[in-house]
Write a protein that binds this ligand. Structure first.
Ligand code: PRP
Length: 178
């Protein structure tokens, strides 16, 4: 499949992301400082870079697990369904859980995942999203912690793709078609 030519303009630098993650990690430690173990759940695939950097800033006993959800439309965005393609390996009943998202857009993915994970009765469950596009929201949900609020731009990098490319950029960029 070919795509129209585009360039990527830097929106959030690697340095800004690293600084923000340090601040967020301190806030998470404040909230979960007394935990015996925090299960950090990355939503694949987009969160893999963020979770890798975030857990290395957390001075807490952590376990890392992953879940993959996929959303697909049936022509009606508002009735979008979310399927679980890969479930957690571990149990979260009675545990402290932090769900890590790269970006919250319409909110369907995070809302569905939270509904599912809460049904497993974790002791505490919170969410963190690196990016938030509040103007795109269709479901009333907000992550406990947000890295950056951004306008409705087509973003790539730091785990986020355009047609499976550009996930390896160390910064968040904005796609501009040329
Ligand atoms: C993206 C992103 C979030 C979700 C946000 O995932 O990683 O999980 O969409 O959108 P929403 O708030 O409108 O539900 P995507 O399905 O592109 O998969 P990926 O993480 O594997 O790239």
């Amino acid at each position: 499949m070919s795509h129209p030519p585009y360039v990527i303009d830097e929106l959030i630098s690697a340095k800004s992301i690293a600084a923000r993650i340090e601040t967020l990690a301190r806030e998470i430690q404040g909230r979960f400082g007394d935990t015996d173990k925090l299960v950090v759940v990355g939503l694949l695939r987009g969160s893999f870079v963020f979770i890798a950097d975030l857990v290395r800033e957390l001075d807490l006993p952590v376990e890392v697990d992953f879940l993959e959800a996929s959303s697909y439309g049936d022509g009606m965005e508002s009735s979008r369904e979310v399927r679980i393609l890969k479930d957690l390996r571990g149990e979260i009943g009675g545990r402290d859980v932090l769900v890590v998202e790269d970006i919250v857009d319409t909110g369907f993915t995070l809302s569905h995942v939270m509904h599912l994970l809460k049904s497993r009765s974790p002791a505490r469950i919170e969410t963190i999203a690196l990016l938030d596009k509040p103007t795109r929201r269709e479901v009333d949900i907000k992550a406990t912690w947000t890295g950056f609020e951004i306008p409705d731009e087509f973003v790539v990098g730091y785990g986020i793709d355009y047609a499976q490319r550009n996930r390896n950029l160390p910064y968040i960029g904005k796609v501009r078609f040329t």
